[in-house]
Design a protein around this ligand. Structure first.
Ligand code: ZN
Length: 464
């Protein structure tokens, strides 16, 4: 089977996902389509489900031995297992003409094409038996909920015990989905029109956390008696102004970003508002500095509320950790690119950008890379994002991905770095409250407070 021959089926599936975008932890139709494809092309391989809509399928070890178990043949390097990771969910971008009119969901982040690329690679590897020539073992993981959106729904799912983490990868990490995996390859679309067939490697991403500040004042008649009121909206205004003025004191080299918004309001003009809520993300590529900025945000919230006689209640939700790509693994993609007849441009020098993804969380545990690919036009998450070169995205990119996977064993860092889920939870706990039930079951032998090098805890946040 060639990538050309599987293309019509993959294209139809990807178009179907575009037409039926689903938000994180709600990707039922998407998950069904992926599962059916895996069964059609999986030659009887078992497809595991996890969390709400997640799917995992492991190709057998070509060595015929358990993967990555040290101490087998001391002469041979241990055989490693690599996960190819694709994301199932859409983003909310209601201004996009193809957005779902009810939910605002649209694949304006291109995750539907990640699914197509992973499935094309899977089908080709199985049909040709090429996986037997790989110097690593391969697993494909389809993960829910990468976009940090629709949080009220996720809070409900958390309350009823369906999920623990808002992000699909931390959730999968907690569930042990990556326990038998040594390194990961993620995929992502590049926004903006690329003039020629393009891929990108080595682009790091920021981490972020999310603050919700509820300003509390006292309601009163805005005309008759504003004098006995305490205006919560005025506190919110002062707070967003303080964040803006505070930018002068923020380092420029670590890509700090904040976007304070008022997500919804019950305010009317004839009542002095007693409540105003401001939500903001706080991003940086430096985890220590992220903790520092987060504590400044808390200080501004409390100070602005106090200045006007009210109170601020601050809640902190960890988003994702900064993503640092493994430069050793990238070598496999560089080699595959050099041999590729159709992909003509490799971007490898962007350094870091302030977008974020939960690939960062995965990269905390194990060496991880992200293969990014052009073939689109418009802004990522914007109203004009769309695929314009489907043959590049769904034929050339899967071909290059497979070529890189087959030789990845020669491009793994040695020794292979590995951190545990318990260490992950500890690191998060140093800058934000950890969701209830997130601590690993064997907490007894987990080292307790902050890991060395982890940021110092910020001022206490109220969990409300
Ligand atoms: Zn994305």
């Amino acid at each position: 089977m060639s990538f050309e021959s599987i293309y019509p089926e993959v294209r139809a599936l990807v178009d179907g996902l575009w037409d039926h975008p689903e938000l994180g932890y709600r990707e039922e139709r998407t998950s069904r389509a992926v599962e059916e494809f895996l069964h059609r092309h999986g030659d009887g391989l078992r497809v595991e489900r996890f969390s709400t809509t997640g799917l995992k399928v492991a190709l057998p070890s070509a060595a015929g031995a358990s993967p990555a178990v040290p101490g087998g043949d001391p002469a041979a390097a241990p055989r490693r297992r690599i996960a190819v990771v694709a994301e199932l969910d859409a983003v909310i971008s209601p201004a996009h003409p193809d957005a779902d009119p009810t939910t605002g969901a649209v694949h304006a982040c291109g995750h539907h094409t990640q699914v197509g690329i992973a499935l094309a690679a899977f089908a080709q590897l199985v049909a040709t038996g090429a996986w037997k020539q790989a110097d690593v073992d391969l697993t494909f993981v389809f993960v829910p909920a990468e976009e940090f959106v629709d949080l009220a729904h996720r809070a409900r799912l958390r309350e009823e015990g369906t999920i623990t983490w808002f992000g699909g990868k931390p959730e999968a990490m907690m569930l042990g989905v990556f326990d038998d995996v040594d390194a990961a390859v993620c995929l992502h679309a590049i926004g903006g029109l690329q003039e020629e067939p393009t891929i990108e490697i080595d682009c790091d991403l920021a981490g972020f956390l999310y603050k919700t500040v509820e300003f509390e004042g006292v309601a009163s008649h805005a005309g008759l008696d504003p004098f006995s009121g305490t205006n919560a909206y005025a506190m919110a205004t002062l707070f967003t102004t303080a964040l803006g003025l505070g930018r002068q004191q923020l380092r420029e080299d670590v890509l700090v970003r904040m976007n304070p918004v008022i997500p919804s309001t019950e305010m009317t003009t004839n009542v002095v508002p007693h409540r105003a809520v401001v939500g903001t993300d706080v991003r940086s590529i430096d985890l220590d500095y992220l903790g520092e900025v987060a504590s400044r945000v808390d200080r501004a919230a409390h100070g602005c509320a106090a200045a006007l006689g009210g109170t601020a209640h601050v809640r902190t939700e960890m988003g994702y950790l900064p993503f640092v790509q493994d430069r050793t693994m990238s070598g496999a993609f560089r080699e595959a690119f050099a041999e590729d007849p159709t992909i003509t441009r490799l971007i490898e020098d962007r350094g870091a950008i302030a977008a974020a993804g939960d690939a960062g969380d995965l990269s905390f545990m194990m060496p991880t890379v992200q293969l990014s690919y052009g073939g689109f036009d418009g802004t990522i998450h914007g109203r004009d994002f769309r695929m314009v070169d489907p043959e590049h995205v769904l034929i050339a990119v899967p071909r290059l991905l497979v070529a890189a996977l087959l030789r990845l064993g020669a491009h793994l860092p040695e020794p292979l770095p590995r951190r545990t889920y318990a260490e992950y939870v500890e690191t998060i706990a140093a800058i934000a409250p950890v969701p209830e039930g997130a601590a690993p079951a064997a907490a007894a032998d987990a080292p307790s407070p902050a890991a060395p090098g982890a940021p110092v805890p910020t001022s206490p946040s109220e969990a409300r």
